[in-house]
Design a protein around this ligand. Sequence first.
Ligand SMILES: Cc1cc2nc3c(=O)[nH]c(=O)nc-3n(C[C@H](O)[C@H](O)[C@H](O)COP(=O)(O)OP(=O)(O)OC[C@H]3O[C@@H](n4cnc5c(N)ncnc54)[C@H](O)[C@@H]3O)c2cc1C
Length: 295
Amino acid sequence: MGVGIEQPIGRTVRVIDQRGQLVYQYPMVITDVIQETELAKTYIFKNVGDRRIFDYHPGQDVKLYFDTPLKKGDFRFYSIAGSPTRSDGYFELMIKSEGGTFAPYLHQLAKIGDLVVIEGPYGRFLKKALNMIAEGKLKTVVFLAASSGIVPFKCFIEYAIDKRLGVSIHLLYVNRTRNDFIYRRLIPRLLDEYKDLHLLVNFTREHDVSKEEILQELFGGDDRNGRVRMLLGRHIVFDDIKELVPDWDGAYYGICGGARFIAGDREKGVDGMLQKLEKGGVSRSMIEIDSFGTG
Ligand SMILES: Cc1cc2nc3c(=O)[nH]c(=O)nc-3n(C[C@H](O)[C@H](O)[C@H](O)COP(=O)(O)OP(=O)(O)OC[C@H]3O[C@@H](n4cnc5c(N)ncnc54)[C@H](O)[C@@H]3O)c2cc1C
């Protein structure tokens, strides 16, 4: 399958996007594909010509171009999965297929050795938290992720490990079932490498299994001195956050996932995480969101 857009191989192209921002286009070759769950895959790319890629910070996105059978030169936005401290000419995305018109074709057709075009960096998600940490003004971050919304936080945690950021990180990770749990091999390693990482695993549709069984299956039965907690069969409410995060009112909050996870469903009167935080008393100025789309 093809490159996506007309692109002289081996050349980096600078582009001014619609908002007047300088972004870069790189032709990249797929060097590895890792199956994360039935529907989610990590793609590793290498810049053609072995050059450095653009500077970026955790939380930023790129456009990935790919020719699908439906549209030549189609693209979608993806959060950058690999920490800039680990990029070294390589580049990582984690893509979940949601039954749409791009990701399913990418998963089906993209193979090691194929060429794609990546354009970026875009966005400012997590920049505020990084600035506050650099200024010594932030001790705790709370990350609320649904499904593929884990990606920018995985990037941030690797960055925090490498840069020894020293902040407390509370990751609240929501999926329907344990089969949807992305980064199941990686997350236990991150917990071992960053001792101030606290994880709440929330499976909203797991009713007939005990917390112990899931702990055994995903974390080898080791809750890392109470740093791994489970919430099964229901959605997170604000009191869960209050219970988990001692300094919840001084923390920064990042929310990432589909629009319904973030903003709820007004017609059905269901709150998303944003409303839950605001009603709980978190200042809007301490909340940043990255919305992945409709889901
Ligand atoms: C800033 C940003 C960052 C993102 N980062 C990531 C990331 O890191 N990883 C990731 O996996 N995704 C990410 N996304 C989402 C990504 O851009 C795509 O939307 C996603 O891969 C789905 O593409 P698609 O072709 O499957 O669906 P699209 O064709 O783009 O359709 C969008 C949505 O509509 C629904 N839909 C469309 N067609 C159907 C259908 N036939 N049946 C049922 N439902 C349908 C699906 O819910 C689908 O997700 C990000 C989005 C944004 C805006």
